[in-house]
Design a protein around this ligand. Structure first.
Ligand code: C2E
Ligand code: CA
Ligand code: CA
Length: 689
């Protein structure tokens, strides 16, 4: 009923108007009833006065004539509101009375009931007017009149009638006032209602671009204006919110991409593939299935990066990713683990044969040259294949097995694949053990230098090559082919090189004493040594320390090590050469095919690799290559030392073709110095015949 403001205020107005009119009428009525009572009171005063005067005259003239007094007194019973009237003598003895018993019916206690107590004159009580008048004068009273008038029923007939007369006017007034008020109210409230409809509309449509058209200057207009301002603010906020939300969504996408995908190739990244692999392993273990994964990296990628720059390196990685992707089926997981390392997790439980064929296809795909920025590059792959069952379904073990297999491929000469076998773990452990033990071994002097003699064409010992061995506390005698590459990888080769230099310098007095003629002890240097700026100073200081003549020392370095650090090597060997040491190019013929560099480097001797010496007897090619090397050396005025001579035929051939010096098991294996001291200084062909 009071749901609208209009109804409520309308009702309030109607009620107020009614109340107003009623109260006006009531006041009016009260006033008129009061005036009626006043008339009655005045009448009573007059009546009692007149009666008292008449009665006093009568009593004076006819004393003791009570009947006459009564006849004069009785007519007042006609008085409309008379309750009771009594005429008393001086001693308040009743002379005549009209309804005296009714006095006792008066319930109002304040009205005195005995005549002596009624005050003189006219007294008005709530519903009673009591008049006490002395008959005669107050000095000579002859009697008392006591009259009680009932004013409770004093008629207001006049007022009611008047009210009835006024009713149409009042009604008209009520209708008019209420109507006018309602009209003004409705006018005011109608804009409020339209505002309400407007806000409802905004709420229902969510259209915050809507604006209220109310333009009045009153409070409602102000509210409308404020609502419009609020909507402006909401619209701006919504816009900002929308933009922020969009940014957040974008950021979330980017973050998830960054977290799970490699930005260069777009392939899943290490994190992603490892998370997946973990789940796959758990599933495979539950179902008693196997998982095979292929792990590969690019051969010589570091070299490409270093020599051609990271940009080309990146392009190669992208191209590799593309080529490999084309070989895979939907569902195969292919990820870049980082750097040049990739992993393939084939979709289903594949057999070893499938894995092998996939590995072969990977290698074949990489054999095709990469045409990048006008360059044609060939980058091989080395693949390792491992299975979950071999790794006991352990993620890190599986990854490490695949890694081991991959490194085995690399060691085997790259561009190949290897299936993991459990023995690789052992060999890896040994490798780790060796790598971790090198520093300690240097400190504990666990290394030993063996010497292998070099002889000239007359069979006379002209020098020895110092070849290191490790007397390992656990593994026994460990050969340099095993621990030197590990030391090189672990950056620990310099300590070994220094140890050997030191050892040979310490042995030099004995060696010289034993050889008694012209003599050189050869020391092998690693490619890593050539990058070390302090090596020359170390050599110099050690020579000084042990008083070693540099002319008794030769340094051997492989051609690949020399050429990898060409300018550094050149500088280093120039200083070494200037000091008086000789320089030999080791394993000659196995590394670089270009010979043009030979004119630019500081070497005295070419060491023909054992591989060619071995082939002298078995192949024409071997003989040709060895002959060509010897010929070339002569042309460049370099001396030649051939290694790996195991029989007389090889020595004879080499001697015949101009080889200067030789070394090989035929003369002596590498031996410890004490054994060397007891070995011959002169060999004859006849003793080998
Ligand atoms: P390398 O410098 O080419 O040394 C010659 C290797 O051929 C030696 O192996 C030697 O024992 C072996 N050899 C010599 N004559 C014959 C032969 O007639 N038949 C056969 N089958 N082998 C022969 P070793 O001592 O095992 O050394 C292997 C390699 O380890 C060396 O090859 C050298 O590259 C490296 N190495 C040895 N000692 C050192 C060292 O002190 N420092 C560095 N950086 N490398 C060293
Ligand atoms: Ca050597
Ligand atoms: Ca060699």
């Amino acid at each position: 009923m009071f749901r609208t403001l209009k109804t409520s205020i309308g009702l309030v107005i109607a009620l107020s108007m009614s109340l107003l009119i009623i109260s006006v009428t009531m006041v009016n009525k009260l006033e008129s009833s009061e005036s009626a009572v006043k008339v009655v009171k005045d009448n009573t005063t007059t009546l009692s006065n007149v009666l008292a005067l008449q009665l006093s005259l009568m009593m004076e003239r006819n004393p003791g004539d009570d009947a006459l007094l009564s006849s004069l007194f009785q007519p007042i019973k006609e008085h409309k509101h008379l309750l009771s009237a009594v005429l008393y003598d001086n001693n308040y003895k009743v002379i005549t009375a009209i309804q005296p018993e009714r006095v006792l019916e008066i319930s109002d206690a304040s009205v005195p009931k005995s005549p002596e107590n009624v005050p003189f004159g006219v007294t008005q009580y709530d519903n009673i007017i009591a008049a006490h008048q002395i008959v005669g004068s107050s000095l000579y009273p002859m009697g008392h009149i006591v009259i009680y008038i009932d004013i409770s029923n004093v008629p207001t007939i006049n007022n009611t009638r008047q009210l009835l007369k006024q009713a149409p006017v009042l009604l008209a007034l009520w209708v008019l006032c209420t109507g006018v008020c309602m009209f003004i109210l409705y006018r005011l409230v109608s804009s409020l209602a339209s505002l309400s409809r407007f806000t409802q509309n905004v709420y229902e449509t969510n259209d915050y671009a809507l604006r209220s058209s109310i333009s009045s200057t009153n409070e409602i207009g102000k509210i409308a204006c404020n609502i419009n301002s609020l909507l402006d603010a909401i619209e701006v906020e919504l816009l900002v919110n929308f933009e922020q939300k969009q940014t957040l969504v974008d950021q979330q996408e980017t973050m998830s991409r960054l977290a799970n995908f490699d930005s260069l190739t777009g392939l899943p990244n290490r994190q992603f593939v490892l998370d997946n692999l973990k789940l796959e392993l758990a599933r495979a273990k539950r179902n008693d299935e196997d998982i095979t994964l292929l792990f590969f990296d690019l051969d010589g990628f570091k070299g490409v990066n270093d020599s051609l720059g990271h940009e080309i390196g990146d392009l190669i990685l992208i191209e590799v990713a593309d080529r490999v992707q084309r070989l895979l089926r939907d569902g195969d997981l292919f990820a870049r683990l980082g750097g040049d390392e990739f992993l393939i997790l084939p979709d289903r439980d594949i057999t070893t044969d499938h894995a092998k064929s996939l590995a072969t296809r990977l290698i074949t795909a990489s054999n095709e040259p990469f045409e990048l920025r006008g360059l044609s590059l060939t980058v091989g792959l080395s693949v390792g294949v491992a299975t979950a069952s071999d790794a006991g379904y352990d993620l890190s073990e599986l990854m490490s097995n695949a890694d081991l297999a991959m490194y085995r491929s690399k060691a085997r000469g790259r561009g190949s694949y290897t299936l993991f076998t459990p023995d690789m773990v052992e060999s890896h452990k040994r490798k780790l053990h060796i790598a971790n033990g090198i520093e300690q071994a240097v400190a504990n002097d666990e290394f030993v230098v063996y010497y292998q003699v070099k002889v000239n064409n007359d069979g006379t010992v002209i020098g020895t090559e110092a070849l290191i061995r490790w007397q390992h506390p656990e593994f026994g005698l460990v050969m340099p082919n095993e621990f030197i590459p590990i030391a090189e990888q672990g950056g620990k080769i310099t300590a070994i090189t220094r140890w050997v230099i030191n050892r040979v310098c310490m042995d030099m007095p004995d060696l010289k004493h034993w050889a008694s003629g012209p003599f050189r002890a050869s020391i092998n240097l690693s490619g890593h040594d050539l990058r070390n700026n302090q090596l020359f100073d170390y050599i110099y200081n050690t020579f000084m320390l042990y008083d070693v003549n540099p002319e008794n020392i030769e340094f051997e370095v492989t051609e690949s090590a020399y050429l990898e650090n060409f300018s550094l090597s050149n500088k280093f060997f120039r200083r070494i050469g200037n000091m008086g040491c000789a320089i030999a190019l080791d394993d000659f013929g196995t590394g670089y095919s270009s010979l043009s560099y030979l004119t630019q480097i500081n070497v005295d001797t070419l060491k023909v690799d054992r591989q060619f010496v071995m082939e002298i007897q078995s192949s024409e090619r071997g003989r040709l290559v060895t002959g060509a090397i010897l010929d070339l050396a002569k042309r460049l005025s370099l001396s030649v030392c051939a290694e790996g001579i195991e029989n007389l035929e090889q020595w004879s051939y080499l001697k015949k073709h101009g080889c200067d010096n030789v070394q090989g098991f035929m003369f002596s294996k590498p031996v410890p110095i004490n054994k060397l001291m007891n070995s011959p200084l002169q060999y004859h062909s006849e003793q080998f015949a």
